[in-house]
Every structure is written in C-alpha cells, then in structure tokens.
Design a protein around this ligand. Sequence first.
Ligand SMILES: [Zn+2]
Length: 373
Amino acid sequence: MNDQAASVRAAVLTAAETLGIQAFPVPRLGEDDALIRVEVCGLGGSDVTQYLGKLRPSSTVYPVILGHVFVGTVEAVGPRAARRWRVAPGDRVVTEAIVPCWACSLCVSGHYSLCDAGEDLLRYGLISADREPSLWGGFAELVYVPRGALLHKVSPAAPLDALALANSIASGIRWGGDLPAFKAGEVGLVLGPGQRGLATALAMMRAGADKVIITGRSSDAHKLEVAKRWGVDVAVDVDAEDVVDVVRHVTGGAMADVVVEASAVATQPVTDAIKAVRKDGRIVLIGLKRGEPIPGLVTDELIYKGVTVIGAMAANYSSFERACRLIERDGDLITQANTHTFGLDQVERAIHTLAGDVPGADAIGVSVEPGRA
Ligand SMILES: [Zn+2]
C-alpha cells in the first residue's frame, strides 16, 4: 500500500480560526477498538465557539480535529470489540461524543454523560491530534473508536441529513420527554427554535402532546416554518407577541405542563418559562448563557407554583437508541432541519454558515460529509 492509500484526510484546527486539511496514517487496531468511516458529521454551536477559540479556557488543545456528532460505517473492528458492540464491518453506527471512564461513581450509577474522569474523559472534537492515533474528530474520513465508546446501530436506509441531527434528536427525546416525564395529553412549550429546540418539540409531539408551542425571533422565521411543517400547533414570534399571553390563551389559562428553555445566550426566556409554566409543572433548562446571571429572576414564583426545575446538557444511551428509531421512521421529516451540507474541504464555510455569517443562508442544521467531493 502506498502512502497515499494509507493516509486519512482530516480538517485540523491549529489555532483559533486557522483550519486546514492534514493527512494522518491509518491506525493499527487491537482487540478492543474500531475505525469508523465517517458518512456525515453534524455541526453544533460548540463547533463555532471552538473554531473561534472561545470555548471554555484551555478546553481546546491544538492541533485538534473538530466534530463530535458523527455517523458512519464500521471500517474495521477488533474481534473483542465486535462482540462487545455487536457490530461487523459495513454496519452503520451513530457514535456518542464522549468515551466515559466507566469507573467513576457517576458512570457506574448510569450518569455517564456527567463522567467525573476529568483529564481521562475522552470527548471527540476536543482531543489533541498529537495524541495517538490522532483521529479523534468527525471532520475526517476515518475516526478511531476506543474501548468504552458508545455505538448505536442504525439502518443504512436512514437519510444522512437526518442522521446529522442524531445528537439533537437524542437530546430532544431526553429533554422534552424523559427528564420532565412528559405525558400524553400534556401541553409543551419550547423556548428557542434551533436544532435542539425543534428536536425537543418533535419529541413532545411523538410523546402524544395535546399541544406543542415553540418560540423564536423574527429572524428565526425559517426555523418556525420547519416547526410548523413538523406539526407544532403554535409558533410564536416573540418580537411580535408575548409568549406568556399566547400560552395563557392557548391553554385557557391552565398554562404549560412542561417548558423547555432551549435558547442560547438570551436570558428573558428563563423568566418567561417561570411565568408560562403551570402549578406543579416542570421546567427543563438547557440553554447556556455564557455564565451570565438572569436579570429579573424571581424564584418565589417557582416556590408558590411548586415547579420542578431540571438542568441538563446531554443525551444518554437510551435516548440515542430511540433517536435512531425515530430517524429511521421520520427521516424525511427530520431531514428538513439539516439545511446545508458541505465536503471536508469546506469545513470553515460550514462553520460560518451555522454561525449565521453567510447572508441569506437561513441555516438550521449544517453538516459535513467527508466522502463528498
Ligand atoms: Zn466516569
């Protein structure tokens, strides 16, 4: 095999806003690991933050191959790994972003997404390419998968554009369904129409919601349009309407059973959530605010109303499994939320598109297909 055939192309970030294609050798596998040929890698807001060098201080170690939401086919797998993961070469799998330690108290009690291993916790897209065998990110032709990683088999017939959103769909199932114990017949309110908010609204609808209400700004019209096509009952433009009034009107004064606050940075949705939730209702907070306090936050109302407030960041194994089934069933619908796809040579353009730097792009989900020219 010549050098060309034995090399793997990857998009490598070597400093903030400095990204280029590099070649790496194909790793040698042992008994317990695997290689995944990446079909698609979805982008999230954290990819933009990381590209700009603004992720939490020191959490990005250059050089690094970005991309943590990848789906691909098993290229090669060690014999023990094949038995453990029940996969064979050619199987299509969704790989979770973290490789937990499986030894800390959080891992062994089922909360591996909160793994406490610190430096030992592997997180795709955040591991230096200087660490062997270098292929630790989804913006590459191949990704290395060590023992302890979490793989989910998914149908080869599922559309790639929908699979690019697997992480958001899995998260939405957990945030909109599992964590607030959403029940059929309830009213759900989702504040923020990004890919995670849309996924949360979809999860509520598939859980048998009586009504689902979603909010966005005027500039989110294209996202609210997708929400309506997916079957959301009410899409609220918060620049034109007061969401609390709308919820009061839609529910006849009963207010929302479950509110998921899914807007990045904006703080008013948190106070809106408290006003829009019913007595004994549940609020799930997933929108990070860059560490900023929430102006006007009054917690008395949470006490008077007996509200349960839950914070969450990630999906888990069970919600990933159900996301795979949902994508297999509703793939054509979910595809509508992946608005842009790029090749490996266009990763920077993909990042700028998701960031909203490309006028008129109206992006929701953006993905990279490394095998595409
Ligand atoms: Zn752990």
